[in-house]
Write a protein that binds this ligand. Structure first.
Ligand SMILES: Nc1ncnc2c1ncn2[C@@H]1O[C@H](COP(=O)(O)OP(=O)(O)OP(=O)(O)O)[C@@H](O)[C@H]1O
Length: 256
């Protein structure tokens, strides 16, 4: 059984079909990358998983339970999301923001247990923000804030982790650190990425959207071909195996 299943998911906004009958499964411990050109529907599909948007057709299932029929509190325990819209506007400290990840598991003003405090500390260490624990989030750089929000998603201990362009604002060290960690994170991961080389290295499977439709899905080696780059991304590029790992890597030459 898939941990997460987008089951014939469709989204229309007004007259326009944005996502068209998308079926995509993410297994436990699997990292699936959703790639595609600007405007192809990646964020829209993800928004249905973290319930910012209601599908017009089809369903989102977690362990075979229909997400839209669950109480919000239940789905908040199952799905953690790092979104493009997830900006912290209030000047909480870093450790307060990370602790908010535990909110769906707490009753009322129940304080965090010792285990939960340790969980928060470990997530901050993993994201290399422990030294910022007492700082106000509004004073952080874009990359530091992004890492705090990933730590918050991790302490939620979700079954499914949804990440929309998580490498935005991150320097190369933190991009690699974050994507390496996803492989061992435990939950099924659905992640959108624009960097196809990082996507090929980080993901077990890649799904390609074009005009809201799934046009390819499989291992990075199956999916990332020169033909696909030409047809779906409008890019002439070479695809070569990484000299150490063998995963496909895309080499571009800029046009005249
Ligand atoms: N509220 C809305 N009303 C009308 N059109 C919308 C709305 N939200 C999104 N769209 C359109 O839906 C399409 C898909 O948007 P979406 O953000 O899902 O694409 P994306 O693949 O994530 O793109 P990007 O790579 O640029 O982030 C775009 O053409 C966008 O303009």
């Amino acid at each position: 059984m898939a941990r997460l299943l987008l089951d014939g998911l469709s989204v229309s906004l007004g007259e326009t079909a944005i996502v068209r009958e998308l079926t995509l499964a993410v297994a436990e411990r699997q990292v699936v990358g959703l790639i595609g050109p600007n405007g192809s529907g990646k964020t829209t599909a993800l928004r249905c998983v973290y319930r910012a948007l209601r599908p017009s057709g089809g369903a989102v299932r977690i362990d075979d339970r229909d997400l839209t029929r669950m109480p919000l509190r239940d789905s908040a325990r199952l799905v953690a999301a790092l979104t493009q819209e997830g900006r912290a506007d209030l000047d909480f400290t870093v450790e307060e923001v990370v602790a908010l990840g535990r909110a769906p598991h707490l009753r009322g003003n129940q304080p965090l247990s010792a285990r939960e405090r340790e969980l928060c500390r470990r997530a901050m260490a993993q994201m290399e923000v422990l030294h910022l624990a007492g700082r106000g989030v509004l004073s952080l750089s874009g990359g530091e804030r992004q890492r705090v929000l990933v730590a918050r998603a991790l302490v939620q201990e979700p079954q499914v982790l949804v990440l929309d362009e998580p490498t935005n604002h991150l320097d190369l060290h933190h991009q690699i650190r974050l994507l390496s960690m996803l492989k061992d994170a435990g939950p099924g991961v659905l992640v959108t990425l624009h960097d196809l080389n990082l996507a090929a290295s980080a993901c077990d499977r890649l799904a390609v959207l074009s005009h809201g439709r799934l046009v390819a899905c499989g291992t990075p080696a199956d999916v990332l071909t020169e033909e696909l780059l030409r047809e779906s991304f409008g890019v002439e590029a070479s695809v070569v195996p990484h000299p150490l790992t063998g995963v496909p890597q895309v080499l571009y030459a800029l046009g005249p």
